[in-house]
Design a protein around this ligand. Sequence first.
Ligand SMILES: Cc1cc2nc3c(=O)[nH]c(=O)nc-3n(C[C@H](O)[C@H](O)[C@H](O)COP(=O)(O)OP(=O)(O)OC[C@H]3O[C@@H](n4cnc5c(N)ncnc54)[C@H](O)[C@@H]3O)c2cc1C
Length: 355
Amino acid sequence: MAVTTTPVDDGAIDGFGEGLHGELLRPGDPNYDETRAIWNGMIDRRPALIARAMGVSDVIAAVNFAREQDMVLAIRGAGHNIAGNAVCDDGLMLDLSAMRSVQVDPEEKTARVEPGATLGDFDHEAQAFGLATPLGINSTTGVAGLTLGGGFGWLTRRYGMTVDNLRSVDIVTADGELRHASDDENPDLFWGVRGGGGNFGVVTSFEFDLHEVGPEVLTGMVVYHGADAPDVLRHVRDFNETAPDESTVWMVLRKAPPLPFLPEDVHGEDVLVVVPFYAGDMAAGEDVLAPIREYGDPIADVVGPHQYAEFQQAFDPLLEEGARNYWKSHNFSTVSDDAIDTVVEYARDLPSPLS
Ligand SMILES: Cc1cc2nc3c(=O)[nH]c(=O)nc-3n(C[C@H](O)[C@H](O)[C@H](O)COP(=O)(O)OP(=O)(O)OC[C@H]3O[C@@H](n4cnc5c(N)ncnc54)[C@H](O)[C@@H]3O)c2cc1C
């Protein structure tokens, strides 16, 4: 698509703005800088216009305007995409963050979620009925971007990726039409949406299956000295080979944050954080996770019953908005000893306490 640096027709912009229920922002407007800022502080882009949608009608208007004016359209859910795709230079940014309602049907065990909802919004509503669907590990991430990219978290081994739990979407396609896509209706579009990112239209509503989870789950942290990492990583890798789907174990190599349960002389030192999680019966979880908790010589073990919705926010303070981020990822079907040794070697040179 051709990119125009600024829309040529001021009259068309005024007409677009007047037709919106939400605000239309231009450079220099009071909320402009705040609205174009996203989670990754590395991203500094200046859209020509920002439309803050309040509903489907605003989304249709924005898609039609971008098409008619040949403008690049960037879609913002909760703005967590590290590459910064939620915001563009010179084009139209469609900010969906005000559309964040979550409606749960406890009988049907389904949820309808608007595209600006965060994982925290979703869990808050679903957990009122002891329900959940697999989402990510940081409560301020957007349901929209996470789902459209696949989505994985603590419940994924048990209930699949987030997209596996998607029943249907309402989506505004590039021609400005609102379409419903599911296994039965527009199935090709539904297939594309499940993992294809934002390339198939603007999703205005997601419908999810829900599962009974919590409200308490067995989880927490076991923290080891960095020197123990090669050995403990191998142990957890082997544990995962035969662990039941209810369990998930997540590991992070980093400098120890100043958490209250860690001795002060460890703060800032290399540590391996092992986070076991069990989505099921608490007593069964104790037995399943015992080999993780009884291994080696940990500095701290704070595994115990936690409210699921609260645990979903536990890592928020370590993932602060506005920090300058560079991320890279690799997928392995098996974790070899060589891979473990390489990761540990590079983790010894982490450049900052945030890495
Ligand atoms: C701190 C942090 C923790 C994370 N943890 C996890 C995790 O545990 N599991 C996991 O799977 N992912 C995780 N992620 C990755 C996250 O899922 C992606 O970055 C995702 O894109 C964020 O969605 P968003 O709505 O917040 O992002 P945005 O940046 O707002 O959107 C991302 C892209 O999705 C598209 N998009 C957004 N909304 C719509 C819409 N309504 N219709 C069409 N396209 C749309 C757009 O193209 C946009 O560019 C994490 C990210 C961060 C920053």
